[in-house]
Design a protein around this ligand. Sequence first.
Ligand code: TRP
Length: 459
Amino acid sequence: MEASEPQPKSGPTVPIPEQQQPQEQQIDPWSVDAGKDSQGNALAFDYVAISKKWNTQLIDEKLLERFTKLTGHKPHRWLRRGLFFSHRDFDKVLDTYERGESFFLYTGRGPSSGSMHIGHTIPFEFTKWLQDVFDVPCVIMLTDDEKALFRESLTFEQAMEFSMENARDIIAVGFDPKKTFIYSDLKYFSNHFLMNAWEFSKLLTFNQVRGAFGFNESTNTGRIFFPSLQCAAAFATSYPELWSDVPSATRSETVAKMQCLIPMAIDQDAYFRLLRDNCHRMARPGPKPALIHSRFLTALQGVGGKMSSSNPNSAIFMSDTPAQIKKKINRYAFSGGRETLEEHREFGGNPDIDVTYQYLTYFEEDDAKIQGIAEAYRAGTLTTGDLKKECITLLQEYVNGYQTRRKEVTDEVLELYMKPRKLEWGRSHTKTHNPHCAINDLMYYEITRPMTGADSAIT
Ligand code: TRP
């Protein structure tokens, strides 16, 4: 524990407010609030309660064991440690993989001017890991349209520029260019994508959208239509150029059957509940898109908050210098340690509410080491200062690796990822299949490709 650094604390130093109604947690795609107790103190998010309320499945040991057996990979540390904690039909995706069929990944980001922080990069890192493990294509939607619709002062032109900058940030995560398509909504939407979105919007009533998002009669009509766009992105037929050199002229029934898996933070679930409840009514239906949900990344200030771009001291940004990272962790990371070193040695600290410890669990791969750290912290043999030093080093390495890759994203590289083109994955690029069969058969082959057997562990 560093006695010289003032440690933010809750408890007796905060004046006790009057008794008030406890406030329930509130989560939607535009604002999240963990709620307050009857004293007005911020509570931590209750993820089990969210999962129950929205009827999602919690990720359990059994599911992870099946994943390991099937893929030969150890589950990512974010699965082992519950950062990705919930799903809808992920087991069905595993069935698809077991049958030797392919699926595709879809995720996205609302582009904003600021540099991404670690809370933004984590879902992308995880999606890239899924892409490597399953050897599948991935589409990444940049919702510049959504950002401009929801932020009064933002023009559509500015939002589109943010998309281009954010695409570079996402490329720096390391997605395979052969298997990845990144697009700006405002630039890309046309043809089958729009047809899917219009068709889907025809199935949705204002009542349904209002129920999911709390809109009212004064909400602008763009916001009311937008959910159909975010949902249509989960239909493989929205991207005819990705599956064949000669894109199908009409929306292909075979392509529509391709399973989609959407990794996301739990706040996006409202969109995809609408999708899953209504997609079977499309003219060419496919399997219900599967979802895998993450928690929110804890803000530096403590477990009740979420990292936010509008508060630079709440998060580690991917543009931070090593000195800034050190300062932020030392100065702002909420400590579960004791007031003085003597007390800490005697009574020990609490890693469960310690933000530095939480961040260590995001980035330290070694489970035994993490467990050892938690035990030593509880016993008081490890101080907050020791913990912070360890965490600072890991974060500096992570951000530095990212910044190096970000510098390599030239205009040409950007263009490569954002060009609609046939993606190549699994065996689809080996051309060992019969070149004379019809386009639809070709697509069928590519989509239901047999497993290569080369799915060895990623190092
Ligand atoms: N609406 C999301 C945001 O504002 C962006 C997004 C679009 C997304 N499609 C997605 C996020 C799919 C996760 C999964 O950030």
